[in-house]
Every structure is written in C-alpha cells, then in structure tokens.
Design a protein around this ligand. Structure first.
Ligand code: TYD
Ligand code: MG
Length: 459
C-alpha cells in the first residue's frame, strides 16, 4: 500500500467490527445502524509490536533464550494501596498498559489521582494527563485527597502528538491518561471516542509503554451495556483490564480484574468512597454484613471466595404468593438461571409448592457473586422465606447444590470456615465431604450435610 494513503473503512461503533462497505446491521454484535465511516491513514506509521528492541528494516532480530532474560525486582512498583496491588498481581509492572473502566462518577479519576500521589511520594516521576477536566478541577479534587509533592505533573491536553512529545521529553515512570475517549490523533479525521481514534490512541500509548518502559494507566468510559465504550479491540491491546464497579448509592467500590497478563484475574479490591477520597476496606466481610437485619426470615450468610480471599455476604430471599398466573422470579447480584434451577430442585426434592409463588433473591450490598458455593445459602434463604422461619443468625452455610438435591464439595473450605469463625459465627453448615478436613478447627460447630433435605432438617 502506498505511503500515507487514505482509505475509508466502516466501523461498528459498538463492537469495533470492520467492514469495507456500510451495513445496516453489524454481523459481529447484531447492533442496528451502528456503522460509521472513518478514514484510516495506512502505511505512514509503523505498526508497533510490544517489542522494545525492535530493529530497523533489513536487520535480523536475534531470538533470545528464556534463560537469558533477567527479571529485575524493580519491575514491580507498589502503589501503596494493598487492594490495588493485589488486583494488579503484586504491584504495578513497568512497561505495562492498564485499562481502568467504570461508570461515570464511580471514582476512576479519584483512584488514579491517589495512585499518582502515592507513587510520587515514592520518588517516581508521574504524569497525569487529563482530557476532561481543567487544572483547577483537578486541583479541587486533589485538595480533598490530601498532600501532593512535586513529582506529580499535570497536563490538560487532548492531542496525542503533543502528549507523546511531552512523555518522550519528560520520561516519567508512570503516565495516567484520563480518558482514552477524549484523546485525539491529529492524523485521523474521525471524532474523539470513535473506534479508529480510540484504537490509534491506544496503539501510540502501547508503543510508548513498551518502548520507554513506562507504566501507563488509561481510563475508559463504559457504555450502558457495561463494556468499555468503543471497541472491544481496546481490551485485546492492553495488558490489564480493571473494572471499577459498585452501587452509585452505596459508598463502597469494587475493583475487579477482568484480564491480567501479570497475575490472576480472580482478585478483587474493595474501597470505600469517603469525603477524602477512596479508603481501602481491609475487612470486606465485616463491611458487607454491617446492615444485616436480625430476626428476619429469608436471610442467610454465605461465604464466597474472591480470589484468595474469603468474603462473607448475606443472601436475602423473598417468597410470596403470586397473584398472577405466571410467578415472577427475579435475582439481583447472582445468576438468574441458577436461582430458577435451585427453586426447581427445592420443589422436586422437598415437595415445596413454589410453583405459584413469586421469588426474589438478592445478594445484599450490591455485590455480584456467581460462585456455586453459595447455592446452599440461596436454597436455605428461599426455604426460610417460604416457611417464614428465621434462621439462627450465628449460622453460615456453604455448598454447591446438585440437581438431585445433593450438597457437593467446595474448594478452600478451611479458609472459609476460618473467616466465619473470625467474624463470630457459631455454626457452620458445610458439605459432608468437606466436614472431614475441618476436624482441627475449634471454636465453631461444623455440621456436615449430604443433601438439601438434611440441611433443612437442621434448621
Ligand atoms: P471521579 O473520580 O470524578 O469519577 P470518574 O472519574 O470515575 O468519573 O469521582 C467522582 C465522584 O466521587 C463524585 O460523585 C464525588 C465523589 N468523591 C467523593 O465522594 N469524595 C472525594 O474525595 C472525591 C475526590 C470524590
Ligand atoms: Mg473522571
């Protein structure tokens, strides 16, 4: 292709699907009328791989043996926020590109400003680029968050060319781009936030991150469907994708790893939004159970593993007689189909007539849990609400429920029971296959159950 030649391509604005002609419906995501014409400049820039030792044309790159590659300790920086470090897989990696997504107003800018502040205190050079807010607005936020030192530099700019120049000149250790949807590459005519702009901007930042060994954070806005706005391609290009989520009305926020090339994606970080910014929540279980009602039917505490950390949450169920022909079923915070399945199991195996009842299941606190280990808790909450019988508030239940009503084993049972004990629970209902391994734990009564009927009989 000729150097600098302009080509026109149609992009689906919701999923990034490329097509040479306009289409009414996107074959990728089935969205209607989402194709927009964008001009691409091809051939004028090198397509950058993540290889920082890239040789010029004609030079032969030498493959490296694994044993010759040295990993320096210095490769990871601590952000002085344990919750974030854990989600990142043990600290921030130099030369990595991290995407932080989340709803507007959830606290992305606040989190990253606090990270910048901590890194600046650790004598790292930090550049915070904002395309959304003025220096004064950032200052106002910073004043709420606390003291800052001179290692943190701010830049209000949308033009990628200028940003790139500044980064090359300043050579910082960490760069924050807030947000990628406001960035604008001068060579591309489409509007900021469009697929080709976002993709090109990310590509430039990727090359800077890998080429100059800078840790780059990019903030991405989220569409109403919950994915990072613009292209899915963005998620493929970066090393780490973190989602910042939480109920806007509740004060806590959860940082979840969706993709991580440097660690596991199971870990979550829990923060609380206060008047002085985000505060880490060291004991999320305590936090999640703080509003639990006493003496209420349909409420059971379960333990779910979030990565390596056990977390206790309350499950609430409300079962009431349905006044319409078709019963209503609704779930908040867990899998709808799974709850329906558990209700069917209760109907069949315990003979409960739930067929003419509305059922609502809610994970209190707005957190989302899909782990099967909370099955037993859901089932007990439904039974408790149906029979209008209060479950002892010192009881915690865990176990996966199978289709024949059997309670199946779950992983990391010891950690879960220890956490329950720590928070003052007195009785722990576990699958009978797991009860064996819990013999040494004292101070909490362990009840092993084989099936759902046994579990209900214990109540
Ligand atoms: P912000 O970081 O601007 O969100 P985002 O960048 O994800 O859009 O956070 C904005 C919200 O956080 C706003 O509603 C005010 C609130 N907030 C606090 O409650 N305390 C604080 O110290 C700060 C800085 C913000
Ligand atoms: Mg912001």
């Amino acid at each position: 292709m000729a150097k600098g030649k302009n080509t026109t391509i149609f992009f689906c604005q919701s999923c990034g699907y490329e097509s040479s002609k306009w289409m009414g419906q996107c074959p990728g995501c089935r969205e209607w009328n989402s194709f927009v014409e964008e001009t691409l400049v091809t051939g004028s820039r090198k397509m950058g791989g993540p290889d920082k030792n890239k040789k010029g044309i004609g030079e032969r790159p030498a493959p490296t043996a694994l044993s010759e590659i040295s990993l320096e300790e210095e490769d990871r920086m601590t952000t002085r926020m344990q919750e974030l470090d854990r989600v990142l897989g043990g600290g921030l990696v130099r030369g990595s590109l991290t995407l932080v997504g989340g709803d507007p107003g959830i606290g992305k800018s606040t989190l990253l400003l606090q990270v910048c502040r901590n890194l600046a205190f650790d004598k790292r050079q930090v550049l915070y680029v904002s395309g959304e807010e003025s220096l004064k607005q950032i200052k106002l936020r910073a004043m709420r968050v606390g003291e800052f030192n001179e290692n943190l530099k701010l830049l209000c700019e949308n033009g990628l060319g200028l940003i790139e120049e500044t980064i090359r000149h300043m050579h910082p250790d960490v760069v924050v781009i807030d947000s990628i949807q406001t960035m604008f590459h001068e060579d591309i005519s489409s509007a900021p936030g469009s697929v080709s702009q976002v993709r090109e901007a990310t590509n430039v930042l990727l090359q800077l991150a890998k080429g100059m060994n800078i840790a780059v954070f990019i903030v991405g806005h989220v569409t109403k469907e919950g994915t990072v706005a613009g292209p899915r391609v963005l998620e493929h290009m970066v090393d780490t994708v973190l989602y910042f989520e939480g109920d806007r009305h509740a004060s806590y926020r959860i940082l979840r790893g969706v993709k991580n090339r440097f660690g596991s994606t199971n870990e979550i970080g829990v923060f609380e939004m206060e008047s002085a910014g985000l505060i880490e929540v060291e004991n999320p279980s305590e936090f999640m159970l703080s509003g639990k009602p006493k003496e209420a039917s349909g409420s059971v505490v379960v333990c779910s593993m979030e990565g390596t950390r056990p977390m206790l949450v309350e499950i609430q169920a409300l079962v009431s007689h349905s006044s319409f022909g078709i019963p209503r079923r609704q779930t908040i915070g867990t899998d709808f189909n799974r709850v329906n399945l558990l209700i069917a199991v209760l109907e069949k195996r315990l003979g409960l007539s739930l067929g003419n009842c509305d059922a609502y299941v809610n994970i209190a606190g707005g957190i989302r849990i899909l782990e099967p280990a909370i099955d037993l808790g859901i089932a007990l909450a439904v039974v408790s609400s149906f029979k209008n019988r209060v479950i002892d508030s010192g009881l915690i239940a865990m176990g996966e429920v199978g289709l024949s009503g059997e309670v199946r084993g779950i992983s990391m049972i010891q950690a879960r029971v220890q956490e329950a004990k720590k928070l003052g629970f007195t009785t722990c209902m576990v699958p009978s296959v797991c009860a064996q391994s819990l013999k040494e734990i004292t101070g909490i009564r362990v009840i092993g159950v084989k099936n759902i009927a046994e579990a209900v009989a214990v109540l």
